[in-house]
Design a protein around this ligand. Structure first.
Ligand code: GUN
Length: 282
């Protein structure tokens, strides 16, 4: 079997063109969505991510503000900037690009963002809403993008076994909650899982979100499984690659996301969705 490709780029294009229409309508009603992106320091990967987020806003008609601060900014100064953006009516979403320099407590910064503008979905208020199924929060963009891709291929999660490899607050944990909300049976694996392959081989849906090149090999995948690769790694040649050994696993899976062109574009697409949603709620 050769898997069908879940094309995150094509799905992103389709969704973003619908978003551009929604933004036009909101703008005409005097509620143009606005996103503030804060970048601290000069992490090259973060610079690329942030540039792509701003570009996506521009293409969709969303008002965007990029705030760049030196790595020497104090936590108090950063918190003051967030307080100002919390009170800015033109801004509906605030995103602080992670990681932050060591001297800044990232949790304190995230919790300082108004839950109403938490378009990254990292605030405990958003995490709590996701866990309880209550409305009002925002879902983290990367796992939400993964779910959208499963929906786009018409995959029914109810009763399926979903195995999530990785337990981060940004991907693994919220992904598990979203899959559970769709009535999948969910297993979360992590670095202390003794026999990872024994777990992943049970997966009807396998989500890899660890950050290790070729962690998931073909022998770890059940024939016909749907494989979602959240990994964004650089291999020895500097090429972008995921957590899944794509060439081998695509011969076993029924559907698979490529890297690049899979989850990556969907993350930004769902950020746009959250920002529009926030403007609609405001
Ligand atoms: N760093 C890596 N991924 C993300 C993300 O989705 N949001 C933010 N704010 N920082 C990140």
């Amino acid at each position: 079997m050769t898997a069908q490709i879940i094309d995150g780029l094509a799905l992103s294009r389709k969704l973003r063109s619908a978003f551009a229409q929604q933004v036009q309508t909101l703008t005409a009603a005097g509620k143009r969505p606005g996103l503030a992106v804060i970048l601290v320091g000069e992490n090259p990967a973060s610079q690329v991510y942030v540039r792509n987020k701003i570009k996506a806003c521009e293409e969709t008609g969303i008002h965007s503000v990029l705030e760049q601060h030196p790595a020497s900014i104090t936590q108090a100064e950063l918190l003051a900037r967030i307080a100002a953006l919390n009170n800015d009516p033109a801004i509906h979403g605030i995103l602080v690009q992670l990681p932050l320099p060591e001297h800044i407590d990232a949790d304190a910064v995230i919790e300082a963002i108004s839950p109403a503008k938490d378009v990254d979905g990292f605030h405990i208020s958003s995490a709590g809403a996701l866990m309880t199924g209550l409305a009002g929060g925002f879902w983290p963009c990367t796992p939400h993008g993964c779910l959208k891709m499963l929906d786009d291929i018409g995959y029914e999660l109810r009763g399926k076994h979903a195995v999530v490899v990785g337990r981060s607050n940004i991907v693994g944990k919220p992904m598990a909650m979203m899959l559970l909300a769709r009535s999948a049976t969910v297993t979360i694996c992590h670095s202390a899982t003794p026999d990872l392959a024994a777990m992943t081989r049970q997966a009807d849906v396998l989500v890899a979100a660890v950050g290790r090149e070729k962690l998931i090999t073909a022998d770890m995948v059940k024939p016909g499984a749907v494989v979602i690769d959240v990994g964004m790694n650089r291999n020895a040649e500097g090429k972008l690659c995921g957590d899944v050994d794509f060439e081998a696993v695509k011969e076993v899976a029924s559907w698979i996301t490529p890297v690049p062109g899979g989850v990556g574009p969907m993350t930004i697409t769902m950020l746009l969705a959250n920002t529009i949603e926030s403007a609609q709620r405001a």
